[in-house]
Design a protein around this ligand. Structure first.
Ligand SMILES: Cc1ncc(COP(=O)(O)O)c(C=O)c1O
Length: 475
């Protein structure tokens, strides 16, 4: 028998000798973990113990099909043998090195990324690294400010998410993230995203003529719209930060032609286009960069998450040579002790080799179409599904009231909570589902399955979603 729960300092430190059980861990968490760096969506919060492929396992051994894969950080499946092996090999050779010295993996990774971008878009540039998406966004803000002689005003999208550091929060469209902490410099003007299911201008996609871009263009019609000095030929805003497909905003996919038309305005007004690929990069949306789905060249690309399949917190950015050459952006402009760790760059290099060797574009297109067809079928069967959409394996299910339009956040919360109970049935087995919530009204299930998911697992996902929605919506 275990001794009674001991929450003294000695008891808390005791995990090495006997390991705490779930109840004890939750009690310790409540007492000693800051909740500032997380959100508990369920009560009690869920503990997981093990993972494999598309599945997570809780401490009781229940099996959960993960349809969000760490917000798209584990695109290539949990415990991917090839990528895990890259960590092991590096661990045995050169696991640590100060970032002022060079190691092969960093250099080869930067070269691979830069060459790939050059072959896609014909632009020369360079790559630098950091430890998380938000930190790479901070670095991009420095690049933009440097290139624009210190301008700190940016355009960004309503519904956009770029991280939680102070600079990233300033260009993220939620006052809630800023309210307690004030401003540190950068400010964004938030522009409506082309969220056609809920068009901010009340238009219909088939005949709107991209009215939303025309509304953005109006800002430059006259000096008195407060963005453009016609005499100097200069915009007060240095860059436009975009997610080609909104992530946290609910996997919202823009209509054809949108980014192309927007980019025309940005070029005319000499506003840099910063492409945040942190969530949609690495084939989530069917291409290495989601922006490749549109005929537009970014000036800066920011990436993170799936670069290392979530094995090491490595992020980075690529920028056009004029912006990032050593003359333009001198040594020491940014730095972190851990900015290009051998372990992170080794696994990232292996990721890039794998992506060059295997046809992820075709694979994600086929699986994405198959999954999306299944979601359309679910929409036909369940009135609470107002919209489904997808690009590659970035898929969305928007949950609404029976009218098919009014956002129903409470229903999504109930669905996500019920999915985590782990008692959905398929054949003789029981499963749970790991789902993520997104959207402007937090009523969207954003689906980001492993890109390595099998067709049988997609069938399982659809059957479990069907059962879950029937069970919860009728209860
Ligand atoms: C589009 C986008 N940008 C930036 C970030 C911030 O990245 P991180 O959480 O690694 O700081 C995220 C994280 O979800 C994201 O989805």
């Amino acid at each position: 028998m275990r001794p009674p729960l001991d929450l003294t300092a000695e008891g808390a430190a005791d995990s090495g000798t006997r390991g705490h059980d779930q109840t004890e861990l939750l009690a310790l968490e409540a007492l000693y973990c800051s909740h500032g760096d997380t959100v508990h969506y369920t009560d009690p919060p869920k503990l997981f113990e093990r993972c494999e492929g598309s599945f997570l396992y809780d401490v009781e051994g229940r099996e959960y099909l993960d349809l969000q894969m760490w917000y798209s950080a584990v695109n290539f499946g949990y415990r991917n043998p090839r990528l895990n092996n890259a960590v092991t090999v590096q661990l045995d050779r050169l696991p640590q090195l100060a970032s002022q010295y060079l190691h092969r993996e960093k250099v080869e990774l930067a070269a691979r990324l830069a060459r790939r971008i050059e072959s896609t878009w014909g632009m020369k540039g360079r790559v630098q690294f950091n430890v998380g998406g938000s930190q790479a966004i901070e670095d991009s803000l420095k690049l933009v400010r440097n290139a624009s002689r210190g301008k700190s005003l940016m355009f960004a999208f309503e519904g956009g998410y770029h991280g939680r550091t102070l600079g990233a929060t300033a260009i993220t469209s939620s006052y809630r993230y800023r309210r307690r902490y004030g401003h540190f410099g950068d400010r964004a003007h938030f522009v409506p995203f082309p969220y056609c299911f809920r068009c901010p201008y009340g238009k219909k996609r088939h005949d709107c003529g991209l009215y939303c871009v025309d509304q953005f263009a109006r800002l430059f019609d006259s000096e008195y719209h407060a963005a453009w000095d016609a005499k100097a030929g200069e915009c007060e805003f240095a860059a436009f930060y975009v997610e080609p497909i909104q992530g946290t905003g609910g996997y919202v996919i823009p209509p054809p032609g949108y980014f192309e038309k927007l980019k025309g305005i940005l070029e005319a007004r000499r506003i840099l286009l910063v492409d945040d690929e942190i969530q949609m990069g690495f084939f989530r949306a069917g291409k290495l960069w989601a922006m490749e789905n549109f005929d537009v060249k970014p000036d800066i690309i920011v990436f993170g998450k799936a670069l290392t399949n979530g094995l090491s917190p490595l992020s980075g950015l690529w920028a056009r040579e004029e912006l990032i050459s050593p003359q333009a952006f001198p040594p020491g402009s940014t730095h972190s002790t851990f900015s290009a760790t051998p372990l992170g760059t080794a696994v990232a290099l292996e990721t890039m080799k794998m992506l060059d060797e295997e046809d992820y574009e075709r694979m994600t297109a086929l699986k994405g179409t198959y999954f999306l067809n299944g979601l359309h079928e679910l929409k036909r069967r369940h009135r609470i599904i107002g919209d489904v959409d997808g690009m590659g394996l970035a898929l969305r299910v928007e949950i609404c009231s029976e009218d098919g339009f009014t956002p129903d956040k409470a229903m999504v919360d109930a669905l996500v909570g019920a999915a985590l109970k782990g008692d959905l049935e398929q054949g003789r087995k029981r499963y749970g589902l790991v789902l993520d919530i997104g959207g402007y009204y937090k009523n969207v299930i954003t689906l980001a399955p492993a890109l390595t998911i099998s067709y049988a697992e997609i069938d399982l996902a659809l059957a479990l979603l069907d059962q879950l929605i029937s069970r919860v919506s009728k209860s």
